[in-house]
Every structure is written in C-alpha cells, then in structure tokens.
Ligand binder design. Structure first.
Ligand code: HEC
Length: 185
C-alpha cells in the first residue's frame, strides 16, 4: 500500500516535470513581447518578488517626502524613468513595446499603494527579466529615496513638483539626451 503510494507520487512528479519540460522545449511557451501571459506567470512573479523584498528589510526612507526632496526626485525621474514610466498626461510608446509593460507611474494609482521602501528596492535592484533596470550604481542612495518618495506620492504632489514633471520643450531637449517619446494617438 505504502509502496504503491510512493511509486504513484514519484510517477506524478516525473510526469509533471516532463510536462513542464515539454511545454518549454516544444516551443509552446510564449517568448515574444506580444505573446499572451503564461498560465500563472504574473502571479508567480509577483509572489517571488514580494517575498524577496520582504526578506531584505529595506527599512524606512532616509529622505522625508517634503517639497525639496520631491523636486529632486522629479529631476531624477525625468532623466532616468520617464522614458519608460511616462509623465502625467504623457504616456510613452514603450508601454506597447515591452513585456511586461512598464507601468505608467502617473496614471491611475501608479505605485501610490506601495510603500516608498518597495519602490526603492525595485529602483535600486531592478526586476529581473523585465526590462526594469537596477539603478544602484547610477543613482546615489539619497536620489533613490527621493525618486521613490516621488512615485509613492504621485497622487498628492505639490504644484511646484507637478510643474517639473513635463516633457522637455523642443528648445531644451536639443541640449539634453533625454528620450521622452509621447505617444501619438
Ligand atoms: C527601460 C525601461 C525602464 C526604465 C528606464 C525604468 N523602468 Fe521601472 N519598470 C520597467 C518595467 C518594464 C517594469 C515592470 C516590471 C514588472 O512588471 O515586473 C518596471 C517596474 C517598476 C516599478 C514597479 C511597478 C509596480 O507596479 O510594482 C517601479 C516602482 C519602477 N519601475 C520604478 C522606476 C524608477 C523610479 C525608474 C527610474 C529611476 C525606473 N523605474 C526606470 C521599466 C523601466
């Protein structure tokens, strides 16, 4: 009886592993950005990411969400993030070109329901196999917190900060390397 159960269990594992291997090796799994999600793909990725971030205990922000920090965050955002994550009322073409899509952080609730520490971790370390870069070697710790406070408070920004979150004007963009691409629709 016990032997039968053990053999059944092992067979079950072998069939499952074989099935999963066949799914990927036979070319059935989606690989293009336009392909639909794999079964449970988003859920599994989110569970793994959440658990990992929680385990790392980022701690509280060293930078309060005050106007000077939010303004500094807006400056970082325009230079490093707007290209993929858009500006208020200015979605970008990459939304349609990437998988997973870069969420538009000034549209809807963005990441205002995540603590700044979660966005800090994601901005510092990136998100593997997603196109979200790791900025920890490019931005200072203070800049990482400033931009994380900005996206965490995207729904309640002072007017001065909103004013800073606009695409480059043609005159200023000639002098900068920023690549903000408004969608044409
Ligand atoms: C090259 C494109 C690109 C750039 C530049 C980029 N990101 Fe991302 N980002 C992504 C993509 C794609 C995702 C979605 C990842 C996913 O769904 O797993 C993402 C996800 C995120 C998330 C998580 C969103 C959520 O809903 O949980 C945050 C926060 C974030 N990015 C912040 C930033 C910040 C801050 C910057 C600038 C310092 C930045 N990103 C620059 C592509 C980019």
């Amino acid at each position: 009886m016990l032997k039968g159960m053990v053999v059944g269990f092992i067979l079950g594992v072998v069939v499952l592993a074989g099935g999963a291997y066949y799914y990927f090796a036979s070319g059935m799994a989606p690989v293009a950005t336009a392909d639909p999600m794999m079964p449970f793909e988003r859920k599994m990725a989110n569970i793994a990411l959440r658990a990992h971030i929680e385990k790392q205990h980022v701690g509280e922000s060293t930078e309060p969400a005050d106007e000077p920090n939010l303004l500094a965050g807006a400056d970082v955002y325009r230079k490093e993030c707007a290209l993929c994550h858009g500006l208020p009322d200015h979605p970008v073409d990459y939304v349609k070109m990437m998988f997973p899509k870069p969420p538009q952080l000034f549209k809807g609730k963005g990441v205002t329901d995540d603590p700044a520490s979660e966005s800090y971790w994601k901005s510092a370390n990136g998100i593997r196999l997603s196109g979200m870069p790791a900025f920890k070697d490019k931005l200072t710790d203070i800049q990482l917190w400033q931009v994380s406070q900005l996206v965490a408070h995207a729904n309640e920004l002072p007017a001065s900060v909103k004013k800073a979150l606009v695409p480059d004007t043609p005159a200023s963009s000639a002098a900068s390397t920023s690549m903000i691409m408004p969608t044409h629709n």
